[in-house]
Design a protein around this ligand. Structure first.
Ligand code: PEP
Length: 256
């Protein structure tokens, strides 16, 4: 169930986590149709992998019922920092927990870019998620402009420094998602993703935090990505929408 570091002296054990982010796709009926194709594929999935589906709020209830007893965990795509209140359009962590959600994506670049998410609000959401018993998946990453200006490291280090204030690193997943690779088909080269993820790990206080790569992950590149020693899983957008392609990603193969 674990991804071991390369060095024999390093006792760190990190969970392998493959998560699908459906974004604003799929009605309840479409979600159930997906499961009909996906469920049989899980029989081939090695025990060492945590499978998560982060679906729209409207599909959480039906999937919570359908996934009961399954190895697939349910995730949401956002969470508010208050338990309740006058926050029209928001969802709280206890509401997600009640419905059977275990994980929540926080700070996805689409929320930062289109909905004014800041590192300060990301920090509040992370802490609220953890307080309710959810495991947050924190997304960090740089734009193409920032990469071209050689600011990748400084941008990501600044995000981590602000997002993780008072956050419990024993209940956390980080996803490195270069923004220029999201939804573009333009994947970050596996060795480069491995390098950046190693740098992210060097900034964490807990070496056992699982760090995923996200950005145009697909069946054609998952094996190479997962062969990288620093990469503990994937956050998958477009390719998680079809049962066959997400199943192939979850059932990635390592070279012998
Ligand atoms: C994402 O939404 O987090 C993502 C990585 O999308 P895609 O796989 O489509 O690039």
């Amino acid at each position: 169930m674990w991804h071991c570091g390369l060095e024999l002296t390093d006792l760190a054990v990190r969970k392998i986590v493959i998560a699908g982010n459906w974004k604003m796709y799929k009605t309840q009926a479409e979600a159930q149709e997906f499961l009909r194709g996906f469920a049989p594929e899980l029989e081939k999935t090695p025990d060492d992998r945590e499978a998560i589906l982060c679906v729209p709020f409207t599909a959480l209830g039906i999937l919570s019922q359908s996934l009961h007893g399954s190895r697939v965990r349910l995730g949401a795509q956002n969470v508010h920092w208050e338990n309740e209140g006058a926050f029209t359009g928001e969802i709280s962590a206890p509401m997600l927990v009640e419905i059977g959600v275990s994980y929540v994506i926080v700070g996805h670049s689409e929320r930062r870019q289109y909905f004014g998410e800041t590192d300060a609000t990301v920090n509040l959401r992370l802490k609220a998620a953890q307080s309710a018993g959810l495991t947050p998946i924190l997304c960090v990453g740089e734009t193409k402009q920032q990469r071209d200006a050689k600011e990748t490291e400084s941008i990501i280090f600044a995000q981590l420094a602000q997002d993780l204030v008072d956050v419990d690193q024993k209940n956390l997943i980080v996803a490195y998602e270069p923004i220029w690779a999201i939804g573009t088909g333009d994947t970050c080269e596996a060795g480069e993703a491995n390098r950046v993820i190693g740098l992210i790990r060097s900034r964490l206080s807990n070496p056992d935090v699982s760090i995923q790569y996200g950005g145009s992950v697909k069946p054609e590149n998952i094996d190479e990505i997962m062969a990288q020693p620093e990469i503990d899983g994937a956050l998958v957008g477009g390719a998680s929408l079809q049962a066959a392609s997400f199943a192939r990603i979850l059932n990635y193969k390592l070279p012998n």
